[in-house]
Design a binder for this molecule. Sequence first.
Ligand code: AG3
Length: 287
Amino acid sequence: MLWFTEYYKGEGMELQGTGLSMKVKSSKYLKTPYQELLLLETEDWGKVLVLDGAVQTTERDEFIYHEMISHPALFTFPRQVEKVLVIGGGDGGTVREVLKHQPKEVVMVEIDREVVEICKKEFPSISKGLGDERVKLTFGDGREFVKDKEAEFDLIIVDCSDPVGPSVVLYQEDFYRDCFKALKEDGIFVTQSESPFAQNRVHRQVVRELEKVFPIVRPYLAFIPTYPSGMWSFTIGSKKLDPLGVAPSALGKLYRELVEREGALKYYNPEVHYGAFAIPNFVYREE
Ligand code: AG3
């Protein structure tokens, strides 16, 4: 029996002698123009997508990441969301969750066509939304894509990998400024923002850079067993709407309607919505 290990290393990783191992039944390796791609069939986690040595998606826990990158922002809108931009997100899981809110249009800009092709074939339950007629899939650089956009999107979601290689530019203030401009006047931005335990400095940098750009910045947490340390974060930057300002009665109603229409969610619920924004002391400790 083979084992795969993600060795924690690379830009921003504060654990240097730690990793996560999984027992592997079979594996496929491929080099795309952008990264090294590994597709694993594992004993515990189902199929697993690994990019440049970092676990991205497992069939068993992907629901946590994809529900939590999408629903806290989407449930913050008191109105129907019309146009959503997803940057990255090649496996399609984020688009699947966004579609549950019945937007008119979802634009996804992914840099690596081969990731999408593999995920369409190997992860049909995750990528199924990508075939939806409301989804416009484009391949290219998300950083470039937002540069000339103005007041176009209700919501921008950045579903990117660690700040190495093609993702580095998605962690920088001038990118956040362009996203601000690309959003409508009550628009919301959300990005995955790494592990506050294992990548504390990167996490804090994301929050700090967003605070230079958006009046409302709200980091929040989710438990993701296959990511470094298991403690993961996302950060919302918002022009007007505060995810903590949503009235519980309004959220409860929207949530029940969605569940009735789309079926049960597996992680997000209204209690998780408010609770996720509670951050332990060590995360923003003085250094
Ligand atoms: N993107 C965030 C993955 C970061 C994981 N980091 C790591 N394993 N070192 C996930 C993409 C899912 N759509």
